[in-house]
Design a protein. Structure first.
Length: 285
């Protein structure tokens, strides 16, 4: 029972964090400063658990840096996508990164590509295609750009997941990877602010306020996911946590008055089916 509770807590924190991303992205604010503040909270907390006596520090450092770059790139793209597209749509596409992870694991890590995984991949493609259509030519172009950014964010997030898989195969330290990821968020956020946002480094009070809130939510996501995986089976708890886009979608509709079209509902339905099919594959084998 407790692993399910932990997974649900992870789902809630993930849904809230994606919603906070959308709240921040609604106005012209420094994305880099926001990401950097999240990294500060993340790094400050998890460095307390860093195992400096680890025998595999070189592997941890290598894959921590690689996964950190992919992670910060994914989340910057997600914030930028939410500037143009609804939170529920972006969150759904972003959480479908597990499909790319499955495909990448087949191509680079030698894992089997089962019937269920292929089915999940096809359903994810259908979901994205449904989101690509909208009414109004000009609006259509703007929203499509948001979809493309969300897809790119999902690809980078999948790369992070694959780098984690490889890191653990090489006995990297889990707490070390997480801590280094937080450090890369600080560096990546500052770099984005300097080079992409014309030197807008420290942002404003909103950047710090939203950043601290998101930082705490991210720490909650990592904490409850770790507990869920420690006491429960991955095939049970991971699909529950991945359903966080449903919470983000509901929050967007009720609090931001985001539109509720038939295509969006179908797309989110395809996302649910995708995760359900891939989860069933883990159970059935």
């Amino acid at each position: 029972m407790m692993p399910i509770v932990f997974a649900l807590c992870c789902l809630i924190f993930s849904a809230l964090n994606d919603f906070v991303f959308k709240l921040y992205a609604r106005k012209e604010r420094s994305r880099g400063a926001y990401i950097a503040v999240i990294g500060m909270i993340w790094f400050s907390l998890f460095c307390l658990f860093f195992d400096f006596s680890s025998e595999h520090w070189e592997v941890t450092l290598t894959w921590g840096l690689i996964s950190g770059v992919l992670s910060v790139a994914a989340n910057i793209l997600l914030v930028e996508a939410m500037t143009l597209q609804d939170a529920g749509v972006c969150s759904t596409i972003y959480r479908l990164n597990l499909v790319v992870v499955a495909l990448g694991a087949f191509l680079w890590l030698g894992e089997f590509l089962t019937f269920w995984k292929v089915g999940g991949i096809l359903l994810a493609v259908v979901a994205v295609f449904l989101f690509l259509r909208s009414d109004g030519e000009k609006l259509h172009i703007i929203l499509r750009k948001g979809i493309i950014l969300a897809v790119l964010a999902a690809l980078f997030r999948a790369g992070m997941g694959l780098s984690y898989k490889q890191a653990f195969l090489e006995q990297a330290d889990r707490s070390g990877l997480i801590t280094l990821n937080g450090l890369l968020w600080i560096v990546g956020g500052i770099a984005y602010a300097l080079f992409r946002e014309k030197g807008v480094l420290f942002g404003n009070r909103k950047s710090w306020g939203y950043g601290v809130l998101s930082g705490l939510l991210v720490c909650g996501i990592v904490f409850f996911m770790a507990l869920a995986l420690q006491y429960g089976e991955a095939g049970v708890v991971l699909p529950i946590a991945q359903m966080s886009f449903l919470g983000t979608f509901v929050l967007g509709v009720f609090f931001l008055k985001e539109s509720l079209s038939r295509r969006k509902l179908l797309g989110i339905g395809m996302g649910i089916l995708c995760i359900g099919v891939m989860s069933a594959g883990q159970w059935i084998g």
